[in-house]
Design a protein around this ligand. Structure first.
Ligand SMILES: Cc1cc2nc3c(=O)[nH]c(=O)nc-3n(C[C@H](O)[C@H](O)[C@H](O)COP(=O)(O)OP(=O)(O)OC[C@H]3O[C@@H](n4cnc5c(N)ncnc54)[C@H](O)[C@@H]3O)c2cc1C
Length: 440
């Protein structure tokens, strides 16, 4: 069958293996016949080719809740369970997931494999820092429990390891107790990139923060942005009786003609967005769903970029080079008239010990681009800026980075390979991405 990630590029032909339980999965792994390459497939929300391979192991069967500890506020569930389903169990108890990405349709296995981050990385770190333990199924068919204390080397290789060490079967996640799931939000306007940085630095005590940046604005508007600071409301009523109606879900039913996405239409959209947001109220209380997952309400929004698909380019730069490096990136993008609707800028806090995790202290920017031939030389140029400023590109979003760019950005790759070789000596677990970047 034809498979692809959220960006719908690249597309590959693969055999989808759908085991019904872990025993049948073990049989696939330990069968005498030559198998592989294969990779786990969660909800398919990574953008590029990290969950593409000749054989895909669907984690759909790992869909059960396995335990709940009321005192410790932990939840144990199968790796195929989505973060949205976990929230449904957490929220009535006054708990919340400590790290949330921009969509709730991500599986626990995918969240661990990419060690995902949210709008609170500067305070709370990334997803795997809240994982008490998980069970990993190795290529040998052996099941291993991994945590920061047990099988530590394998834990740090698997968290952020993009499915290359084995298949995560289940995980225990530490939840956070919150006063409310209503989110009190405050917006600020920044007219330039340096103003945006100043405002984010001045508000590092805000639980959640994110800036929506107009990547098409050049000249003296370069980096103009809206900053959203937020925290949980202190009114606990909204936990048990959320006052909000379910949002109505719209769906993009067909591929939009790609020519509609061009610098004029995008420029008009971004201008309209800024002018509107500047005028509307600066403080509001919104449902967590509206705050964290604004795009989830539009089914198949990835079709807006047309049948050729799109790429997301997300990179991080260290604190001391971020302003200069991001200015150079925006200058190049706005000069080329490419880029997309609003782009997202976030501040990262400390890095962790996971070998291939993306976050490091600094700033991360993500930009969407429709796929077209002339895009690839532009992105190669952005890679040069990112590396020259000591940064790296996020594997969960990547569809085209070269081996040399990957290895320059992820200095622990050799250590990662040493661990992988110990648990997967036949190199069964491999994706199109791992082959492209020289990890398999
Ligand atoms: C709209 C949108 C917003 C997003 N926002 C953010 C964000 O704010 N922050 C962020 O960090 N990411 C974000 N992402 C990216 C997303 O969180 C990651 O790509 C995540 O890995 C997707 O999980 P998935 O279940 O869809 O996994 P898939 O896309 O299916 O797979 C991703 C990787 O996980 C591996 N994997 C999946 N399941 C398992 C398993 N059981 N065992 C071992 N490996 C496994 C796969 O092999 C692959 O390497 C966003 C994505 C979208 C579409």
């Amino acid at each position: 069958m034809e498979v692809y990630g959220w960006g719908r590029f690249p597309k590959a032909s693969a055999e989808l293996l759908e085991p019904v339980d872990s025993e049948s999965l073990i049989k696939i792994l330990t069968a005498n016949k030559k198998i592989g390459p294969m990779i786990a497939r969660g909800a398919g929300r990574s953008y590029g080719d990290s969950s593409l391979s000749a054989n895909l192991i669907s984690s759909r069967f790992l869909d059960s809740f396995l335990g709940l500890d009321e005192d410790a506020a932990t939840i144990r569930c199968g790796a195929g369970v989505s973060l949205g389903s976990i929230l449904k169990v957490c929220i009535p108890r006054g708990w919340f997931l400590p790290v949330l990405p921009g969509t709730k349709f991500v599986s626990v296995g995918g969240a661990i494999a990419a060690d995902i981050h949210g709008k609170n990385h500067h305070l709370d770190g990334s997803f795997c820092e809240h994982v008490a333990e998980f069970t990993l199924l190795l290529a040998s068919g052996e099941k291993v429990t991994c945590s920061a204390q047990q099988n530590t080397e394998l834990f740090h290789a698997t968290c952020g390891g993009m499915g290359l060490t084995g298949i995560i079967l289940d995980a225990t996640i530490k939840c956070e107790r919150v006063s409310s799931v209503s989110i009190k939000q405050r917006s600020l306007v920044a007219n330039t990139l340096s103003e945006c940085f100043e405002l984010l630095e001045a508000n590092t005590d805000s639980k959640y923060s994110v800036a929506w940046l107009d990547c098409l604005a050049g000249g003296n508007k370069l980096g103009r942005s809206m900053i959203y600071l937020a925290q949980h409301d202190d009114n606990s009523d909204s936990i048990k009786e959320p006052k909000y109606k379910n949002r109505r879900r719209a769906t993009v039913a067909f591929d939009m003609p790609a020519f509609l996405i061009n610098k004029f239409t995008l420029g008009l959209f971004n201008d309209a967005y800024f002018n509107l947001k500047k005028k509307v109220h600066r403080e509001s209380t919104v449902n967590y769903d509206t705050y964290f997952f604004p795009l989830d309400n539009i089914g198949n929004w990835n079709r807006l970029y047309g049948a050729r698909g799109f790429l997301q380019y997300q990179f991080v730069l260290p604190l001391d080079t971020a302003l200069e490096g991001i200015s150079q990136v925006l200058f190049k993008v706005s000069g080329a008239g490419k880029g997309s609707f609003l782009s997202v800028l976030k501040k990262f806090g400390k890095a962790n010990a996971n070998l291939l995790s993306f976050p490091q202290p600094g700033y991360t920017l993500s930009l969407d681009f429709k796929r077209e031939k002339s895009l690839f030389p532009l992105l190669d140029g952005l890679d040069e800026i990112v590396l020259a400023h000591g940064g790296k590109i996020y594997l969960a979003k990547d569809a085209r980075m070269s081996e040399s760019v990957f290895k320059a950005g992820y200095p622990e790759w050799e250590k990662f390979l040493e661990t992988k070789l110990k648990v997967d000596p036949r190199g069964i677990f491999a994706s199109l991405q791992s082959e492209r970047i020289g990890l398999t």
